[in-house]
Design a protein around this ligand. Structure first.
Ligand code: GLY
Length: 319
């Protein structure tokens, strides 16, 4: 049984490609990289790869993480600038014996050494968003860096039962230079163990990492919870704990898939969507609703919703 699941609607085209690859017998390692690269390459997604929004100094700093659940290899890069496909660099790093997590210039040096594609990642559209945000910030005193931020995270299972997980993000818009969130942190942004399954997260990295949420979901699945039960328990417990101890919880959204291709999702926000394909399910986008009791339900996105999504993403930036 194979499958791939990803945070947000933006992953749909990528998982369509990966779904075909998995059907042809390609590995979870190959399929997840192709799917995440598709998101990184699309210029209209503001929080991943090319076209990702910059930090407060108008520099795009990218983070990515990758895990091979067969042998628990991990690779990650943090705050790298001007490379087209951070996920591929993270994946390559997972093959190293040591030096698996590299930051900033060290990560760039490694990427150059292995001839990964260099590309100016700040687009004119991202510059326009930056100018607009600067104006808005001048008019308000509180920085709300989360606005418009969605990380892509994926979990993939192939016909051999190998599980991989990966993430890619430009992080919070207007973040400080050098800031990273959960996405390149194993256990927080992503986790995979082929004996169980994998999980990945999106939302406010500073809060997601407080619960090592992706590891927690895999741990709960190992204890016997279904992916849906594990996702809901991890999100609801962390949400409640953050509120109890800190007065509020940031955005927490997760997806998971076990090594049988069964999947789940959970969120503490309105408007979370995810994309998924399995042997028995053609690539599809689901919209998630969180009920008052913390249970999350999902239903297929309508064509109207899908059309509107693209229209909004590609609309001109009104400065
Ligand atoms: N979840 C991505 C970040 O906080 O950077």
């Amino acid at each position: 049984m194979h499958g791939i699941i990803a945070t947000w609607r933006m992953a749909k085209e990528g998982i369509e490609q990966s779904d075909k690859m998995l059907k042809e017998g390609k590995t979870a390692a190959q399929a997840i990289e192709v799917a995440i690269k598709a998101v990184e390459d699309f210029p209209y997604y503001k929080s991943v790869g090319y076209g990702g929004l910059p930090n407060e100094e108008q520099v795009v700093e990218l983070d990515a993480g990758y895990m091979d659940g067969d042998i628990l290899s991990v690779g990650a890069i943090c705050a790298i600038q001007d490379f087209a496909n951070p996920i591929s660099i993270a994946k390559k790093l997972s093959e190293e014996k040591v030096n698996n997590v590299l930051v900033a210039e060290g990560a760039a040096k490694y990427a150059r050494e292995y001839h990964f594609e260099e590309k100016e990642m700040l687009t004119d559209r991202a510059r326009a968003f930056y100018r607009k945000k600067k104006k808005e910030l001048a008019a308000q005193d509180e920085l709300r860096p989360y606005d418009g931020h969605d990380t892509v995270g994926m979990v993939c299972v192939d016909n051999n039962g190998s599980v991989t997980a990966g993430t890619s993000t430009s992080g919070l818009f207007m973040k400080r230079s050098g800031r990273i969130g959960d996405s390149p942190l194993v256990g927080s942004g992503f986790y995979a163990d082929s004996e169980v399954g994998g999980a990945t997260a999106t939302g406010l990295g500073e809060d997601l990492m407080k619960g090592c949420i992706s590891y927690e979901i895999v741990r709960l699945m190992k204890e016997g919870l279904t992916p849906q039960e594990a996702c809901e328990k991890a999100v609801n417990d962390l949400d409640a704990k953050l509120i109890a101890k800190r007065g509020k919880a940031g955005d927490l959204s997760v997806v998971a898939m076990n090594n049988k291709g069964e999947f789940g999702c959970a969120t503490n926000i309105e408007g979370f969507s995810f994309s998924v394909a399995t042997e028995n399910l053609e690539p599809i986008v689901y919209l998630v609703t969180r009920k008052e009791d913390g249970h999350c339900e999902f239903e297929e996105a309508s064509q109207e919703w899908l059309d509107n999504y693209m229209k909004t993403r590609m609309a001109p930036v009104e400065e």
